[in-house]
Design a protein around this ligand. Structure first.
Ligand code: ATP
Ligand code: MG
Length: 169
């Protein structure tokens, strides 16, 4: 794949504050708050075993994007959606996904095409239905904290990584 970066970037997340800090920077990107990357929207896959911190990261990103009120894990409903200042946010969790009809009937495919912020936990459970994301985040346990591996899968994702991890002068 043309835009797949061969070397994922590691981001140490020793505690939940570090996860929130990463989420805040991602929120700036997906909300189009940075002059350099002004187009809002984008798709992020969140992978990693149970409890690795996928929902924590998604929740902090949604909060930093301006979502107020309760942010539920979509582990039962498959999808929770939000709207902030005319930007649509879709938070999926495909852990329990099994039914191909459900996919079609729910119109998930159309949501993925929209100009929106799409966060997907357990994307591997959706089989081949999903297009590649802009950014793939793999979370793993690291001592009492976590480590995130960030991998760009599109040109937009590459620009995000440049912002998140600027090359040292
Ligand atoms: N950087 C971190 N360091 C330590 N603990 C963390 C960190 N980030 C999140 N946690 C904690 O780890 C747990 C992660 O739970 P979370 O529901 O986010 O996992 P998940 O990957 O979504 O799991 P699932 O696959 O079941 O949906 C929470 O208890 C959270 O407080
Ligand atoms: Mg989760």
């Amino acid at each position: 794949m043309a835009h797949t970066s061969d070397s994922p970037r590691a981001c140490e997340l020793p505690d939940e504050d570090a996860t929130v800090a990463l989420a805040q920077r991602l929120a700036d990107l997906v909300c189009g708050r940075l002059p350099a990357i002004a187009s809002a929207g984008g798709r992020i896959h969140l992978r990693g075993e149970l409890g690795a911190g996928k929902t924590s990261l998604a929740r902090a990103l949604l909060r930093a994007s301006g979502v107020t009120g309760r942010i539920k894990s979509p582990s039962y409903a498959l999808l929770e959606s939000y709207n902030v200042s005319n930007l649509q946010f879709y938070h999926f969790d495909f852990y329990r996904f099994s039914d191909a009809h459900e996919w079609r009937d729910a119109g998930f495919g159309e949501l993925l095409d929209a100009q929106a912020v799409v966060l997907i936990e357990w994307p591997e459970q959706a089989g081949t239905r999903l297009p590649p994301p802009d950014l793939d985040i793999f979370l793993e346990y690291a001592g009492t904290g976590r480590r995130a591996w960030l991998n760009a899968r599109s040109e937009k994702g590459q620009r995000w990584l440049t912002y998140l991890n600027p090359p040292h002068p």
